[in-house]
Each structure stands twice: as C-alpha cells, then as structure tokens.
Design a protein around this ligand. Structure first.
Ligand code: S3P
Length: 424
C-alpha cells in the first residue's frame, strides 16, 4: 500500500492516547501462559507482532479469548507439543523469547518466521541456550529453529550485547532450569521481563547490569499494559518539528530503560513536559506534553543506545531539523533489525533532501535542512521506517509517497488515524 503524506501548514494540536506497548504485550501473553490459572491482560496491543506471540501460545495449547478491553488467558501452567511449526511472523521478540521457553520443555518444536525474520541473527540466543544444555538446530544460526526439548541447567552468562531479547530469552530459560542463572550485559537494556516476572512471583533480582533468576512458578495476575513510548516517539518528534504544534500524549510508559528518546530530545532543546506520573502493573506511566522547538544537534552514543534503540530512525528525522552536526554511534546492531536501519534511513532521508552520511555503527546528520520531498520513498518492509518517513513527510515542501505503508500494522495499526485526529 502506498501512502501519500503532505506538508502540514497549521501545526499539530490536541491529545492522543498512545496504544499498548508492544514489548510488554509480548511478555504479558507469554508469562500469563506460563502461570497456572486465569490471567487478565488489559489493553493488549493490536499490533501484528504481539498477535504472533498470542498465536504461538495458542498453538502450544493455551486458551485465550478477547472480552471487551481484556485478553483472558487460561492455562494450567504447561505448554503442549505443537502439531505444526510455530509461526513468529515478523517478530524477533516472539522468536527469541519463545526459544528460551521452549528449549527447556519435554517436547520438540520448530520456530519459523517471515522473510525478514528468517534473515535475522539467532546465534545470540542459540549460543547461551546451548551452554544451558539446550539443543537447537538452525540454518547457519538463522530460522527455522528446530528445538529439541531438554532439561536445562543454570549458567552465569556475560553478554557482549546489551539486548533485552537475549536477556529475556536466558531469564526465561533460567525460570525452568536447575540452579541460579545470571545474565550480565554491558549496559542496561529494557527491563520489562524483570519487572513482570517479579510482579508474577518469580524469584528474580537485578543489581546494576546483572539479573539473577531461580527456577520459579508464576502466579496468574491482572496485567494492565501502558502506552508504547516507541509509538509515542513519532508524535514527540512530529510535535517538535512541525511549526506551531502543541500536543499531549496520554498513558505513555516511562520506564527509565525506554526514555532515552525524551533525554535525547531534551538535550537537543526540545520542550517536553511530563505530567501525571503513576505506577501501573509495576511500570511507570505518565502523560507527555510537547511543543514545537528550535533544536540543536547532539551526540547519541554508549549506554543511551539501548534506551532508545528503536527510536533511532525517528531521531534521524529529528536531527535533520537541528542546528549543527548530530552524531549517532555505537548502534551497529541497528543493522540487524527488521531491516538494516542504518542503510535504509540514510538512503531514504537523502532522497527527500537530508544531509546524512552512513557510518559503520550509526550516522552523521548536518542540519538544519529544509526537506524537499516530491518523491517516492521505501519502507523496506519495516514498520519504524514507514512511520519515520511519514513524520518527515509532514514537513516536506512537496508530498512524498511511502511504499509498503501497511507494515505500520506490525506495531501500530492506529498510527494514521491518530495522526489525522491532531492535524487541524
Ligand atoms: C525488544 C528489544 C529490542 C528492540 C525490539 C524489542 C524487546 O531488541 O529493538 O524492538 O521487546 O525485548 P534487542 O534486544 O535485539 O535490542
């Protein structure tokens, strides 16, 4: 599907309730499935990725039903051998987290994915799981993953990557392994797994960059899912770069392991105010007010990277409107996402008039540059690319057409409708 985006002349005004967090939705359905009893998940994401996790859990014998605003999960705390390969679709989170759960089951299973997921690296989970006694056959460390169920033992694993997917995979394997498993990462990545497992009664503890977990049973719970800051990020940037804008984003998750986008935008001079903070199911949630701002360049690197990893494409758009040279580095893993996001973002922003250069681990952008547009751009079958280009289109002199805009549905099917509601 092609989407035409035109320049906005009047500014963005009003408020938007941000839909459910994708990362937390994956975890909610998986962990509720592992608990013995009935769990209620409020505000489960309608994105295709979390639905892949739900379908995988159903294929493993879990009963699930949507009722009003709830997803109800009924489980006896056990999965059953699937009758066919488990389809993770486009979702790396589904494949990597489920591999940690399935490696320690008393049955075999196969995880498959779409074209993009089948190209993504799985060595990062296969290697540590093998150290725990898992047996996984793959295609040169890529999907399909043939998992031979084994009983697992604990390990102390020191990861070179700061990755919440790898961390969660090992913690979930540790939940069902003999002994105490520890996972240490160079910088702290998103910690939704730790928060939710604790909330559901697991014996799990964090100390700086290390998490430890012991074999534990999970209790069924009511889990309320907050809005996704990675979805809010597109509105944050649009509010900052579309002249005369003032918007409020409601019910946004503000877990400090995810708020790198707010820190980076504030460092660039963005006017952002947090209103009404509260705790919901162990996560911090609040409203965010954004006003159009004069921006300056900054450097994004090091421990900030895992705290805004999914926001780097939209940060590139933001940087085109900041005075000076913005440098993004230490983000090489961006090449292993739904697309090579370094290559893709540089190629497409160049097409619409940005002054941007690719580096091996990020990009360098010189601003402030007016964006000319008037051209077709590609989504690379990548939801975050499609949404970043949409926001860029709002300030392009001439309309742009985005090819493959339907990929937005992976994380944020409500995206265009919500934008339309604040365009005057
Ligand atoms: C996610 C972790 C991140 C992120 C992805 C979701 C998660 O991936 O990019 O969109 O839910 O744990 P990595 O762990 O590979 O950095």
């Amino acid at each position: 599907m092609q989407k035409v985006v035109k320049k906005i002349n009047s500014g963005l005004k009003g408020s938007v309730t941000i839909p459910a967090d994708k990362s937390i939705s994956h975890r909610a359905v998986m962990f509720a499935s592992l608990a013995n009893g009935k769990s209620l998940i409020k505000n489960f994401s309608k994105g295709r990725d979390p639905l892949s996790s739900l379908n995988v859990c159903k294929a493993l014998g879990i009963e699930a039903e949507f009722k009003n605003d709830f997803l109800i999960i009924n489980s006896n705390g056990k999965f059953f051998a699937p009758s066919k390969p488990l389809d993770c679709g486009n979702s790396g989170t589904t494949m990597r987290l489920m591999s940690g759960i399935l490696a320690g089951q008393n049955f075999n299973s196969v995880l498959i994915g779409d074209e993009s997921l089948s190209k993504r690296p799985m060595k990062r989970v296969i290697e540590p799981l093998s150290l725990m006694g898992a047996q996984i056959k793959s295609c040169d460390f890529k999907a399909p993953l043939n998992i031979i169920g084994k009983s697992l033992h604990a390990i102390d694993y020191v990861s070179k990557l700061a990755s919440a997917q790898v961390k969660s995979c090992i913690l979930l394997a540790g939940l069902n392994a003999q002994g105490t498993t520890s996972f240490t990462e160079p910088y702290v990545s998103r910690n939704h797994t730790e928060i939710m497992l604790k909330y559901m009664g697991a014996n799990i503890n964090s100390d700086e960059n290390t998490v430890t977990i012991e074999k534990s049973e999970l209790e069924p719970k009511t889990i309320e899912i907050c809005g996704d800051i990675s979805s809010a990020a597109f509105f944050i940037v649009a509010g900052l770069i579309v002249p005369n804008s003032k918007i409020i984003l409601k019910n946004v998750g503000l877990n400090p392991t995810r708020t790198g986008i707010i820190e980076a935008a504030e460092k660039m001079g963005g006017h952002i105010e947090i209103l009404d903070k509260k705790a919901v199911s162990g996560e911090i949630v609040g409203d965010i007010q954004i006003s159009y701002s004069e921006l300056k360049a900054c450097t994004v690197e090091g421990k900030l990277i895992p705290r805004l990893i999914d926001e780097l494409p939209i940060i590139a758009v933001l940087a085109t409107q900041a005075q000076g040279t913005t440098i993004v580095k230490d983000a090489q893993d961006l090449r292993n996402k739904e697309s090579d996001r370094i290559k893709a973002v540089v190629a497409e922003l160049k097409k619409i008039g940005a002054n941007i250069k690719e580096t091996f681990d990020g990009f360098i952008i010189n601003g402030k540059t007016p964006l000319s547009g008037g051209i077709q751009v590609e989504s690379y079958h990548d939801h975050r690319l499609a949404m970043s280009l949409y926001v860029a289109g709002l300030i392009c002199e001439n309309p742009i057409s985005i090819n493959g805009f339907e990929w937005v549905d992976i994380s944020f099917p409500e995206f265009a409708k919500l934008f339309n509601s604040i365009i005057l």
